[in-house]
Design a protein around this ligand. Sequence first.
Ligand code: PLP
Length: 275
Amino acid sequence: MSRQQASPIILCFSGHDPIGGAGIQADIEAIAAQSAHAATLITALTVQDTRNVQRIEPVAAETLREAASAVLKDLPVAAFKIGLLGSAEIAQTVANIIRQHPGIPLVLDPVLAAGGGKKLSDDRLLEVMRKQLLPLATLLTPNSLEARQLSGEEDLDLAAQQLLSMGCKNVLITGTHEATDRVYNTLYTAAGQQVFESERLPGDYHGSGCTLAATLAARLALGEEATSACHHALAYTEHCLRRAHSPGHGQSLPGRIKKDHEQNAIEDLNPDKDL
Ligand code: PLP
């Protein structure tokens, strides 16, 4: 029996969202959709619904450190992805882990607030993110609000230059929070900048940033450069948002799983279908 070619493994450090729209579930679904495999380390549990986050409870830092060590001794991790961290202590623990594995690309999604507005970071966490994590990042994926907060610059071009000077290799600033008719997402690299323009979709989404960052990590793990990874990940994320559904009372959930095959399978089981 021939063995399947191994899928690249992305080790994700993310929070758990019981709604299933953001956090670790977004990572697993988005990464699986790139034909890659997500290994998952939960940084924090959350209490939330589709409207907002109520509370975050970080895991014990020592458990996270042990679990990461077990995974990294066993699996050939091809990329890291960091999402919600939940506390400065967890951020520090994650930075220590990543620092021991130079050469593995890292996508850092600086989750500072929930879509519903709840603050998901404090000054200590921001400090660890700026000084310890940002310099390790291959690709930083702030939205425009996070880019301003992390850099202290209002102008987004200046914010990106400041973030690059703080040590990350590339920055993708997403533009959905800006008051523009269309959405402009801009990738800044040492070589210059590239704008990816897309239609502004109506509605609010829960887990769009996680979907984008996880897909980017998978594309880097598959060997793509930052520009190509951004092109593919932005297209996939837009596709997920176009097929989002709204099962709750707040934000819509991205449709990350391809339903076409399921549909075929259901039709195959349907005795009434036209042959
Ligand atoms: N991770 C977790 C566990 C969350 O609960 C949230 C937001 O609620 C996020 C990440 C960020 O989500 P988004 O991708 O919508 O920015």
